[in-house]
Write a protein that binds this ligand. Structure first.
Ligand SMILES: [Zn+2]
Length: 384
């Protein structure tokens, strides 16, 4: 990971490279920043820069043998320590080195923009807390004493350093205070107050700043999100890339639910193209269970909103643009002749999906029922 892949943090990166050029790299540093600001990716890019054998003035080269090893976060002079707990494979005495493969895969999947909860989920520890442990401290002490394998430096990244308990931290104080020559220790935390004062006082503080809306927007566009959605997600993300990604994902799901639901209702409103309707049913039934539930819940929400709209409570509808227009049009066919059965239809479908019903058959059955329900709604209007 090169500096150029880091979101924002330009000033900080320039400080880090300048301190290297001026030969005043602090041996123990504490990167402090909230979730999603990118302290870990920054620490990794910094390590890659330090170990690069062909560095440019402001970034690692990205192609030398040392940099290549960073592609998989597997450089022999880069050492990761992070919170762990027991799981299906690590049944006792958990420590970072036992979970290193899972860790590296998790970094690769997320470009190192990771969260503590995400990591513990990935590790599969259930409800247990993760800690940095005495066994981790012992390994760090052992490895610090060895010479660098190939690089000019050895770098130790200790992620979520506030998860070190006191005995672990006490073992490491001397190492933090005075690591051997060419050893760099980067502690990372989101919770300065929870880090032991004895640890804090031994490290140079590096504050990782929250990301700007522009920086997040630009990155979202880079990964293929359209301008409007990118800007909207970025404004809600509170400076965190992880928040922004999560918001974007949710709004994409929401958008595809809308498009699918509108298509379905249009096919049911004028049921002449049964081929197309059956094809649609098959497509929906192939979505994963959670996506199907989300889609059916979305349908319930639109039915609910249509009823609100019919009872002059449009101000309670949290929809805008095309979605709001569609809801208002749809509400014209929802009335006392069919609203109760519509609710029931979708609620029962969710119940069946949770119990692994045959989704293809279920959606076909629902389609025929929706055709009938729309028809009885229209008759009701004609008769009143
Ligand atoms: Zn390089």
């Amino acid at each position: 990971m090169q500096f150029k892949s880091i979101i924002g943090q330009k000033e900080l990166i320039s400080n880090l490279t300048t301190s290297f050029k001026e030969n005043r790299v602090a041996h123990t540093q504490l990167f402090l920043g909230d979730e999603g600001y990118g302290a870990l990716p920054l620490a990794i890019a910094y390590s890659q820069f330090l170990l690069c054998t062909n560095k440019q003035s402001d970034d690692s080269c990205g192609v030398c043998p040392s940099c290549k090893k960073f592609d998989k976060y597997a450089h022999p002079d880069l050492h990761f320590y992070f919170p762990t707990a027991t799981n299906q494979t690590i049944k006792k005495n958990p420590k970072s080195s036992l979970a290193l493969d899972v860790w590296r895969n998790y970094l690769i999947e997320n470009n190192a923009y990771i969260t503590l909860n995400g990591w513990l989920d990935k590790l599969g520890v259930g409800n247990k807390q993760g800690y940095l442990r005495k066994d981790d401290a012992n390994e760090i002490i052992g490895k610090v004493a060895l010479k660098a394998f190939e690089g000019s430096h050895k770098v130790f990244i200790i992620w979520m350093a506030d998860k070190m308990n006191e005995p672990t931290a006490n073992k490491l104080l001397k190492t933090f205070e005075e690591p051997p020559e060419n050893t760099i220790i980067i502690l990372i935390t989101e919770k300065y107050e929870q880090l032991l004062p004895t640890v804090r006082s031994r490290a140079q503080l590096v504050k990782v700043q929250k990301l700007s809306i522009d920086e997040i927007t630009q990155k979202l566009i880079e990964v293929g999100i359209d301008n409007e959605h990118a800007h909207k997600s970025a404004s809600l993300a509170n400076g965190s890339w992880n928040n922004a990604s999560e918001i974007t994902e949710e709004s994409e799901d929401e958008n595809s639910n809308f498009i699918n639901f509108r298509k379905w209702l249009r096919l049911c409103y004028q049921p002449k193209d049964y081929d197309e309707l059956l094809k649609f049913n098959q497509e929906i039934s192939k979505l994963g269970r959670e996506k199907q539930k989300s889609f059916l819940n979305y349908g319930l929400e639109i039915i609910h909103n249509s009823i609100l709209s019919n009872h002059n409570q449009s101000e309670n509808i949290k929809k805008a643009g095309d979605e709001l227009n569609f809801t208002k049009n749809f509400s014209k066919f929802i009335n006392e002749a069919n609203q109760r059965d519509m609710y029931k239809l979708f609620n029962e479908a969710i119940y069946h999906i949770e119990r692994n019903a045959h989704a293809g058959i279920m959606y076909s059955d629902m389609s025929f029922k929706i055709i009938d329900l729309i028809l009885s709604g229209r008759k009701h209007i004609a008769n009143n």
